[in-house]
Structures are given as structure tokens and as C-alpha cells.
Design a protein around this ligand. Structure first.
Ligand code: KIV
Length: 278
């Protein structure tokens, strides 16, 4: 049965793990939802996973709306969270709330996610007050990875860990319904998870989080450019797709495809078409 906002806290209290996977298109969304995934995340990882960018920074509101709506069409009953792309929430709370509402109305999502700790808590509070459910995201925040010195594990020393704890608490007080913890030592992620009542959703943050998220193209072995240490490929689709394409090309070139099984047969005598032509 599809889950709702009412389930996330209950699941944490009952130590039931929350399963989150990213989705960017309708058929994948349908498969993930039918397979029992609790939350579909239309991540701005869309930029790397689907659109061919090197980071999430170029992703626009128009692209997030386009892909969120596709995911909603593929999984009408799923709980869907859409990422607010870089630039859609940094220029003032009015614009941020307007963009979040657009993602809900036109993109069809149930909630939005944005990156940042204590510094975004006042914005999150305004958004939640306006009726927008918000998921937080701390640790490695890809939209500002260059400020963090690149894509690296966060919270390695005590001052950094202290900032993350303060961020998690500030987001919780601001009313987030869950917090993504990305690329943290597992011990720190477990400690943060125990310190907040909002469920934590880990990615590269060990098993002590209240749930896990993976990028679907990583999990399916479709994205080969870079495979982070925390990614487990449950299937390797890229080589399978290459092999299928090679077979198809070979069969087209040798005339083995399409065969009778994959062709339509006439029910009309087409010779009549040519009668009287010459
Ligand atoms: O954009 C994304 O897919 C994400 C997850 C990695 C948490 O933010």
C-alpha cells in the first residue's frame, strides 16, 4: 500500500527502514513503486544520471518540473519528493516558496527537498508554514560541492561534526519531515540519527540511518562514469544493453530481423493495386 506523510515518523519509532530510490521517468517510476519502494525521489542527480551534465548545478526548474510530472504519471499513487534545483531557493523566501508550490502543482510531487543545514532552517520554517512539506539534506551537498572541497566524505573532524549536528537539529526544529545524510562516516550518521526525531535517509552514510536512498542508475549499473564506494550495483544493465544492441544491429544487417514472428501478414491481395498500371 502506498505510504503517506503519516508513516515516516511511525516507521522511525518502530525501527522500520524507509526505502528511497531516485526516479526520473514514468516507466522506471512504475517499476520502483510496484517493487515496494516507499519514496520516489526526483533528485537533481537528474543532471548527471540522465541529462549528461557533470554536476547538479545546471539543472533548472523547467527540467525538474518536466521529470517530476513524468514520474507522477508513471506512479500515480507513490509518495514523491522533488529536489529544488540550485538557484530555485537561494534568492529569497518568496521565490523559494513559489518554486516549491510549482513543483507540487505542476510537477505533482508530495514534498520537496533542499540542501543545507542551519543556514536554510529559517527558509524551511517559512516553507513548512506555507504548507510545503520539506526534506532536508546535509553532509555532502552536491549543489555546493565546490565550497566543500569537492565530492568527499564530510564531518571527519569534531568541528565539522558539530556543525552537522547543529544543522540536523535546526532542520528538525524548522519542521522537516526527514533529513538526507550524504557521505558521512557511519558512526557520525548513526549518532545524528539518534539525536533527531525526524527520520534520516542515508546515502554513503552507513546502516545506522532510518532509511537509505540510492540513485536508480547507480543501483541498476547504468551509470559507468564513476561508481562511488557506497554504491551497490544490484544489476549491471549497461553491458546487457550493449550486448542487446549489438545483437539487434547484427540481425538487421543480416536480414534476420524482422522475421515472420515480428511482422504483420496481409489479409488483402495487393497485386490488385498494380492491375491495369501498364
Ligand atoms: O539528487 C539526488 O539524487 C539526491 C540523492 C543523492 C539524495 O539528492
Amino acid at each position: 500500500m502506498a505510504k503517506t506523510m503519516a508513516d515516516w515518523r511511525r516507521m522511525k519509532e518502530n525501527s522500520e527502514k524507509i526505502v528511497v530510490v531516485t526516479a526520473y521517468d514514468a516507466p522506471t517510476a512504475r517499476i520502483l513503486h510496484e517493487s515496494g519502494v516507499d519514496i520516489l525521489l526526483v533528485g537533481d542527480s537528474l543532471g548527471n544520471a540522465v541529462l549528461g551534465y557533470d554536476s547538479t548545478v545546471p539543472v533548472t526548474m523547467a527540467q525538474m518540473l518536466h521529470h517530476s510530472a513524468a514520474v507522477r504519471r508513471g506512479a500515480p499513487e507513490a509518495f514523491i519528493v522533488s529536489d529544488m534545483p540550485f538557484g530555485s531557493y537561494q534568492c529569497g523566501w518568496r521565490e523559494a516558496i513559489a518554486n516549491a508550490i510549482l513543483l507540487m502543482k505542476e510537477g505533482g510531487c508530495d514534498a520537496v527537498k533542499l540542501e543545507g543545514g542551519a543556514e536554510v532552517a529559517p527558509l524551511v520554517e517559512r516553507m513548512v508554514t506555507a504548507g510545503v512539506p520539506v526534506m532536508g539534506h546535509i553532509g555532502l551537498t552536491p549543489q555546493t560541492a565546490s565550497l566543500l572541497g569537492g565530492y568527499r566524505v564530510q564531518g571527519r573532524d569534531l568541528p565539522a561534526a558539530k556543525k552537522l549536528l547543529a544543522g540536523a537539529r535546526a532542520l528538525q526544529d524548522a519542521g522537516v519531515f526527514a533529513i538526507v545524510l550524504e557521505c558521512l562516516p557511519k558512526e557520525l550518521a548513526a549518532l545524528l540519527s539518534a539525536q533527531v526525531t525526524a527520520p534520516t535517509i542515508g546515502i554513503g552514510a552507513g546502516s545506522g540511518c532510518d532509511g537509505q536512498v540510492l540513485v536508480c542508475s547507480d543501483m541498476f549499473g547504468l551509470y559507468e562514469k564513476f561508481v562511488p564506494k557506497f554504491v551497490k550495483q544490484y544489476v549491471k544493465l549497461a553491458p546487457m544493453m550493449r550486448e542487446a544492441t549489438r545483437q539487434y544491429a547484427e540481425e538487421v544487417r543480416t536480414g534476420r530481423y524482422p522475421d515472420d514472428e515480428h511482422s504483420f501478414t496481409a489479409t488483402t491481395d495487393y497485386q490488385a493495386l498494380l492491375e491495369g498500371e501498364n
